[in-house]
Design a protein around this ligand. Structure first.
Ligand code: SAM
Ligand code: SF4
Length: 443
């Protein structure tokens, strides 16, 4: 057996892909290693969404080189969105790299590795072929074996927001066939999954045209799998929050009440400059409709701060929106110009102003989260137990809103939904005691 060490940067989709790559290379004799030093193959799954993505890859390769200075060089593979964007360039710039493989060509990973070993040739694979990729992977079982497992249902994007590289690195929008997804959900359940997180760059744009199935249909079908207790989806676009998806919140028993719905900015003027194609009014309409269905639904979001042209007034609109919606678990970033996008060449706003604005909204979001967590003190909540803590002394799980909970659980609780009485909290984590008798009344 050869050993493969996979390092993953970026989003949940990359995490899913890394797992699937591992499921594939197992077939040609690789076993997973958690230790870089003993690897025969080193695979870096990269992210291109922000900042110095390219430089991060080369400095990572520098570190690998150092570790193997006195040893036989491993097979070095660059996968993910930087691989897609840079392709041949990477092989030219860094001879230590052997193979470059883009996100829509992972079904070719085994043959690419074998080809390289046989011919000693550097290879670049960056074709967009999502159909063949998912067909290939549907024949290989997803053996993630995690309580909370990712399942990619949709990839790519046709929306072309001016700041975003996704349409260039992941290619056009593609939805997997409905039955293929249900089959994978069943495999995951057979392997111990209790929660499924449906993934896509625009997950709620999911449409299987052959039988007119949408994300709402997927949720209701996956819900039928007995051992799956919770269903989530991410990341959605406000314009794809269709009526059927909103309605599903009325009937679904397993869809979690946290909606991650990136808005990017609270200003219609900036949304227009970003080419987001939605307005704040629409966003708030979706918010109102969901709240009407279930008052306990909460929202989280992504924000881009300091987009070219953002005035103090625009920024204030973002602050107002945050105060109105009371977002939890949100992400915020300073605009980062990405190569090849429309916004790449725009004049940046003053860096200090961007930093100050980012700090302001991050404080606002954090304060909100801290307060919401504090309110849970002495309350009893349902926790899906995912694992033991690293020192094995406690158990770790999540609430319906994805907040981490650490409590006095045991191995036997892993995979179960238990009742935990919250005794303390900080911004990111709740701490509590397992209720031995779930019917016990709490103060
Ligand atoms: N499809 C989702 C949507 O439309 O909202 C977002 C997916 S995108 C891969 C994830 C997040 O990265 C975005 O919501 C955005 O906040 C952030 N992002 C993307 N490009 C960025 C850029 N150039 N600078 C800063 N943040 C960026
Ligand atoms: Fe990127 Fe999302 Fe816009 Fe598509 S909709 S371009 S993934 S931010």
């Amino acid at each position: 057996m050869q050993k493969i060490f996979i390092k993953t940067f970026g989003c949940q989709m990359n995490e899913y892909d890394s797992n699937r790559i591992f499921d594939s290379v197992k077939k040609i004799g690789y076993q997973k290693s958690e230790n870089l030093e003993e690897a025969d193959c080193y695979l870096l799954n990269t992210c291109h969404i922000r900042d110095k993505a390219k430089e991060k890859v080369y400095s990572e390769i520098g570190r690998v080189k150092k570790s193997f200075r006195a040893k036989k060089k491993p097979l070095v593979i660059i996968a993910g969105c930087v691989a897609q964007a840079e392709n041949q360039e990477m092989l030219k710039r860094e001879p230590y790299i052997d193979l470059v493989i883009g996100p829509q060509a992972y079904h070719k990973i085994n043959e690419t590795i074998l080809n390289h070993i046989e011919k000693r040739k550097k290879i670049e694979q960056t074709d967009f072929d999502a159909v063949s990729k998912f067909k290939y992977f549907s024949k290989i079982k997803n053996e993630a074996g995690k309580i909370s497992s990712f399942l990619t249902i949709q990839e790519g994007c046709d929306k072309f927001c001016h700041f975003c590289v996704v349409p260039y690195t992941r290619g056009p929008e593609y939805s997997r066939p409905f039955n293929q997804i249900i089959e994978e959900a069943n495999y995951l359940s057979d392997n111990g999954a209790k929660e499924i997180i449906l993934l896509g760059q625009n997950v709620n744009a999911y449409t299987d045209n052959s039988n007119s199935k949408r994300l709402s249909d997927l949720v209701l079908e996956i819900e039928k799998i007995k051992d799956i207790k919770r269903i989530r989806y991410t990341t959605s676009h406000p314009n794809d929050m269709t009526d059927d998806l909103i309605e599903v919140y009325k009937v679904s028993k397993k869809l979690m009440p946290l909606v991650h719905l990136p808005v990017q900015s609270g200003s219609d003027r900036i949304l227009k400059l970003m080419n987001r194609k939605h307005k704040i009014d629409h966003y708030l309409k979706v918010y109102d409709e969901l709240k009407k269905i279930n008052q306990s639904i909460e929202f989280s979001s992504d924000f881009i701060i300091g987009y070219p042209g953002e005035t103090e007034e625009d920024f204030q609109s973002t602050v107002d929106l945050i105060k109105k919606v009371n977002f939890i678990n949100s992400y915020s970033f300073i605009f980062s110009p990405r190569p090849g996008t429309k916004a790449e060449a725009l004049d940046l706003i003053d860096k200090k102003t961007s930093m100050e604005r980012l700090e302001f909204i991050q404080n606002l979001l954090s304060e909100n989260q801290t307060q919401m967590n504090k309110k849970l003190k002495n309350r009893t909540i349902d926790v899906l137990v995912e694992n033991l803590t690293e020192d094995k002394s406690k158990a770790f799980g999540r609430t319906e809103y994805m907040t981490s909970v650490i409590f006095n659980g045991k191995r036997e609780h892993i995979g179960k939904i238990v009742k935990v009485k919250i005794t303390n909290s900080n911004r990111t984590t709740l701490f509590g005691e397992l209720l031995s008798n779930p019917d016990q009344k709490v103060a």
